[in-house]
Ligand binder design. Structure first.
Ligand code: SAM
Length: 283
């Protein structure tokens, strides 16, 4: 595949990048809320739907269930490893192609709807990408951009101080790693304006809460420990926290420690997922 320079996204995405495991964990964790969000689109049997930046492909089956056997779902992604994972789980009426959203080989006006989760914030020029994506929609077709909040809205219900410091440490880590300004990390805030700037009509927004309290299921524990406690936090936050705060965080994140957060009776997790939908003008 001949990939243009723009394929090296603002969050480091390339064809060779692989964070399949994190995507699979998130999709298993947030499955009920993501399916609820898809249901609000009221897709009809027979529709053609594109999942732009389909990652490891979990949503392909959820979208295919809405459009039925007579419908078609296409998953498109840049990353070779994500594409391979998506092909392994795609249902019969779904196709998976490796392509850059900005230079897609798909035919104009060939989809009724586009679904895209946590993807447009990875691109250098999200507005150009929305315009490119909407050219794939038929007149009256809709684009739905989903975005989870960068950081959970609450995870240490009993300690807002440590939560604030941890959030700030994660933001600093991302700012350094991807050379971003604070504004570059506020993707949810830009969605409504983005779709309006791209000339879309009937722009609506709805936020779903991913909410869990203890005791959490084994699957939810997997996600929280591996994707958040170990991969998003962990040793990478050490430079951004005072020693005693880092040590307290480490105890709360350690399943073997008596202070482990998920065993607390007051564990209460909240993360928002916002879906913004806009339509192309009908003919
Ligand atoms: C955070 S992941 C979200 C994946 C999936 N939508 C999900 O919710 O699990 C962002 C995805 O966008 C893909 N991506 C990034 N830049 C892209 C581009 N220019 N064209 C197509 N896909 C891209 C990445 O490879 C990655 O799979």
């Amino acid at each position: 595949m001949n990939l243009p320079a723009s394929s090296h996204g603002r969050l480091g995405d390339t064809a060779a990048r692989d964070y399949s495991r994190k995507l699979q964990l998130f999709n298993a964790f947030a499955r009920p809320e993501l399916r609820q969000a898809i249901a609000t689109l009221a897709l009809k049997p027979g529709m053609r739907v594109l999942d732009a930046g389909c990652g490891t492909g979990e949503a392909l089956g959820w979208l295919a269930a809405e459009v039925g056997r007579e419908g078609t779902v296409v998953g498109m992604d840049l990353a070779t490893a994500h594409i391979a994972a998506a092909r392994a789980v795609r249902p019969e009426n779904a196709w998976v192609i490796q392509a850059d959203l900005l230079t897609t080989p798909l035919a104009p006006a060939s989809f009724d709807a586009i679904w895209s989760v946590n993807t447009f914030n990875h691109l250098h020029d999200p507005l150009a990408a929305v315009k490119a994506a909407t050219r794939l929609l038929r007149p009256g077709g809709r684009i739905a951009l989903g975005q989870s909040s960068l950081l959970p809205d609450m995870y240490f219900a009993w300690d807002s101080r440590l939560e604030r410091l941890t959030n700030e440490a994660v933001r600093q880590y991302y700012r350094h790693r991807y050379q971003l300004s604070e504004r570059g990390l506020t993707a949810v805030r830009s969605l409504v304006g983005l779709l309006r700037a791209a000339g879309l009509h009937n722009v609506t927004a709805r936020t779903f809460m991913i909410e869990r309290v203890s005791p959490v299921s084994a699957q939810d524990e997997h996600y929280l420990v591996e994707a958040i406690f170990q991969s998003t936090w962990g040793a990478r936050l050490r430079p951004y926290l005072l020693k005693e705060d880092y040590e307290q965080l480490t105890r709360l994140c350690d399943p073997e420690h008596p202070d482990f957060a998920l065993r607390r009776p007051d564990f209460h997790f909240l993360q928002s997922f916002t879906l913004v939908v806009g339509a192309v003008e009908p003919e």
